[in-house]
Design a protein around this ligand. Sequence first.
Ligand SMILES: [Fe+2]
Length: 184
Amino acid sequence: MESITRKKIVAFTKTYNHAFRNGRLKHAGRVREYALMLAKKENADRDIVEIAALLHNIGYAVKSYGHPPLDSARISGLFLKDVLSEGMAKRVAECIRHHRAIDKEPESVEAKIIAAADSLAFLEDKGMQFFVYKLSRGDIKGMRKRISRIMGKIKLESARRIAAPLFEESARRWRVQKRKIGND
Ligand SMILES: [Fe+2]
């Protein structure tokens, strides 16, 4: 990807992610790191995954349909038609639209990478706090549901290998916290 294109996309990402709080920009950066790492392992298109990672959550800045991946794909599409070729923009949109596997499972290897990278970023940055938080509120059911959704998005073997220790660390902290609560 030409550096001018990357600059435009990063600037656009910053505008949208700053419109939303809770570390969205940091998260997009983390997803990008994992996506590029997985693209190398899977021989996938690095430009497609990098762009999709940066833009995958920008729909949170608007709230029109209540379905952020759709909003993210729509807003990205409008922006990318002037920046990328039609074919590339389409492939990026597919990754963004299906990264949560809500109505359709991701099909291309790039789309599978974005779904997996999103989960890996969550496990690394929020997983532990999130599990402990849910436990402290006694919401075991909610926690289990979220865990199976996160892990369910990791279809690629290469990503599973990265997820295993991250998940183990979250589970370890969860057990420590559970013991603490049990002893109170
Ligand atoms: Fe995400």
